[in-house]
Design a protein around this ligand. Structure first.
Ligand SMILES: *Cc1c(COP(=O)(O)O)cnc(C)c1O
Length: 470
């Protein structure tokens, strides 16, 4: 591509992006295609000759776009949001144009130094004490893997990487029943093994783990000759927002010398608002905390911050060149590739810097507060509507409900087909979960451009489609 063509298509892509965002409200939120239908439009073999950008771009619009689910749609109420605020998109154009590998300080000093700064900005914004350093990982899954590997190495006196796990006593990691599947994966990949992930029963309105049972499990494992290694607490679980009371969990960790990792991947963004910080009281006592600015806050994927009380133990776990340990951080040089599993790293700090400056914390707090209050109002409207019941109360901007069919239909099947009908309709997008074994419909408000009218519109669509099933 010559430079004039590069310029032309860069401009067209940027214009396209703006028009796309302007028009996204009129598209069905979830892609309305059958499995295999997009692949059928793509040739089996790669082209031998060059094709024109006109042809490539036309195919993008005709063949690819219809197969996209629109995560930036203001009526996206499914999963959790994956917000890409326009200003973070602009930052990503620049990052993509420079395409630097930011694994060492010297491979892009600005990337490393800005990362240190914006991670500390976020630490202050979330009300965490100084003494936490941090790193931007690609995803919460990677951050949790890094935490679990550190737990493992600490528990094995830093010998797991060299000696492996064979012949070692069994390591044990503890969590609630509500943790994300990324915890299971971290346990598999670290070699600890799913059988050694101990799920502590939960109780109470927030569905937190029972600290007395946690302590008893740790003691029993130790008595049985196993090595308790760490605890993973969850703030705002993916299903219905299950949240551990961190202080009693941190007490157990402290009494037993266990590493404590807090997964606040989604809910962490809300901690920029002081009035929501009661949800994670005690998180400041953790060894590491992960939260995803790429979910609710608006820094587009990928951007997951792992705060660390003692980065040395992470570096000791992951740095491939031990001599770097001696100087790391002390002379102002941080090589962030030693803080994460992959070597190569994108310049992720730039979009967060742009986002925080363009909106200011007050702007972002207003968005979060609006979402929380709109979700609560939506919940009250559904509660007051005949034929519906609330399954889980709002945790920040997430709650779940179920429709009660007017006859003796299987309620799980009925609610699954209601979800499918709503999503096939395309005006809004919701997803289902299971709560105490029964199907519930999750509803979360979190998309960057959502308005109060969109949330009211969702109520109309849900009640209209549920009515048509009766
Ligand atoms: C989304 C989520 C994750 C996984 O986040 P990724 O960044 O996609 O790996 C982990 N834990 C919780 C609670 C989440 O909501």
């Amino acid at each position: 591509m010559d430079r004039d063509t590069f310029r032309e298509w860069s401009r067209r892509a940027a214009d396209w992006g703006v028009d796309y965002r302007d028009g996204v409200r009129d598209r069905p939120v979830r892609a309305q295609v059958q499995p295999g239908s997009i692949a059928a439009l793509i040739p089996d073999a790669p082209p031998e000759g060059a094709e024109s950008m006109e042809a490539i771009f036309a195919d993008f619009e005709a063949k690819i776009l219809p197969g996209m689910t629109h995560w930036q749609h203001p009526r996206f109420f499914a999963y959790f949001p994956a917000n890409a605020a326009p200003v973070s998109v602009v930052a990503e154009y620049l990052v993509s144009a420079m395409a630097a590998q930011c694994m060492l300080w010297q491979t892009s000093p600005a990337a490393t130094e800005l990362e240190v700064r914006v991670v500390d900005w976020m630490r202050q914004a979330l009300g965490l004490p100084d003494g936490f350093a941090g790193v931007i990982q690609d995803s919460a899954s990677t951050a949790t893997l890094a935490a679990v590997l550190t737990m493992r190495e600490r528990a094995l006196d830093w010998k797991g990487n060299s000696a492996g796990l064979a012949g070692q006593p069994r390591l044990r990691v503890y969590c609630s029943e509500h943790v994300h599947t990324s915890i299971d994966r971290a346990i598999w990949i670290s070699g600890i093994g799913e059988d050694n992930l101990v799920r502590i029963p939960t109780s109470g309105p927030l569905r937190g783990m029972d600290a007395a049972r946690l302590e008893a499990a740790v003691a029993a494992d130790r008595a049985a000759g196993m090595i308790p290694a760490g605890i993973i607490a969850c703030i705002g679980g993916t299903s219905v927002g299950g949240t551990d009371d961190v202080n009693p969990v941190a007490d157990v960790a402290a009494r037993n010398g266990l590493y404590l990792h807090v997964d606040a991947a989604w809910a962490g963004s809300a901690m920029i608002c002081p009035e929501f910080r009661h949800y994670w009281h005690g998180a400041e006592r953790a060894d590491s905390i992960v939260f995803n600015p790429h979910k609710w806050l608006g820094a587009q994927f990928d951007c997951s911050i792992q705060f660390l009380r003692d980065p040395e133990s992470l570096v000791k776990t992951l740095a491939i060149k031990p001599e770097y340990l001696k100087t790391h951080g002390k002379d102002g040089i941080i090589n962030f590739s030693e803080w994460s599993v992959p070597l190569g790293r994108r310049f992720r700090a730039l979009k967060l810097w742009f986002l925080l400056r363009a909106h200011g914390l007050e702007g972002l707090r207003k968005m979060i507060r609006d979402h929380v209050s709109w979700a609560r109002r939506h919940c009250e409207r559904i509660r007051a509507t005949r034929g519906f019941e609330i399954v889980s109360e709002p945790m920040l901007s997430l709650y779940s409900f179920r429709h009660i069919a007017g006859d003796d239909r299987d309620l799980d099947m009925h609610n699954l087909s209601l979800v499918e009908k709503i999503n096939a309709d395309g005006r809004i997008y919701v997803t289902q979960t299971r709560v105490d074994g029964r199907v519930a419909i999750r509803f979360q408000v979190g998309q960057f451009e959502t308005t109060t009218a969109d949330v009211d519109f969702a109520y109309d669509v849900i009640t209209e489609i549920a009515g048509s099933l009766n």
